[in-house]
Design a protein around this ligand. Structure first.
Ligand code: AKG
Length: 207
């Protein structure tokens, strides 16, 4: 489903079995040796997600990518698993786009989780200029995803992202504002046994 040039919502991209396997990996990573944490941004506010960056770390204080978590515990960002990389590449290809991701931001939202309207603009300038997409995958409870324009004040569309959905924005949509205004509790498939929501966004810093 194309929402505009370069922006695609792919409902139910992942089967329930695939979702369950991916969820197990997300849980193991988020609670692993380099655990997910709640970042504090440069203005001093705590984010409303638990975050774990794979492949490269996004520093919430500097808004720059780096190898280790200088804004938190100094630990090196875990590697981006190969099957994660392949998943993102396949999703992008299904809408005619190309990405060879070198990082993934894994966010966990509880019932109070949300993310303010923002642009993803901290990846490499060549990658952004080339319109290499951001590829998003959702697992668990449904999110009200906000998708705006290239300027903050442009009209915003609200899209329900359900478990197993993918979302891709690249090309002319690469810098569109987006965020998550709410999570709807108890909407995850019961088979998954999850409270809350994981979202993975794959990006390519280097080209
Ligand atoms: O959770 C989502 O669907 C969006 C996440 C997001 O905007 C981000 O990680 O930059």
């Amino acid at each position: 489903m194309e929402l505009g040039p370069g922006a695609f919502h792919l409902p139910h991209y992942l089967s329930i079995e695939w979702q369950a396997a991916l969820l197990a990996q997300c849980r193991a990573l988020a609670d692993g040796d380099v655990p997910a944490y709640v970042p504090v941004v440069r203005g001093g506010g705590r984010m409303h997600v638990r975050m774990l960056c794979l492949g490269r770390h996004w520093n919430a204080k500097t808004y720059q990518y780096e190898a280790a978590r200088a804004d938190f515990d100094g630990l090196a960002a875990p590697a981006l698993p190969d099957d994660f990389r392949r998943l993102a590449t396949a999703i992008a290809a299904s809408v005619g786009m190309a990405i060879d991701p070198d990082l993934c931001i894994l966010n966990y939202y509880d019932a109070e989780g949300r993310m303010g309207l923002h642009q993803d603009k901290d990846e490499g300038p060549a990658s952004i200029a080339a319109g290499i997409p951001v590829v998003s995958v959702s697992l668990g409870d449904t999110a009200r995803f906000l998708f705006g324009g290239l300027k903050r004040r442009e009209p915003i569309e609200a899209i329900q992202l359900e478990s197993g959905d993918a979302f891709v924005f690249g090309g002319p949509a690469r810098l569109r504002y987006h965020g998550v205004s709410r999570i709807t509790p108890h909407t995850a498939p019961t088979e998954l046994g999850i409270t809350g929501r994981f979202n993975l966004t794959f990006r390519q810093y280097d080209i």
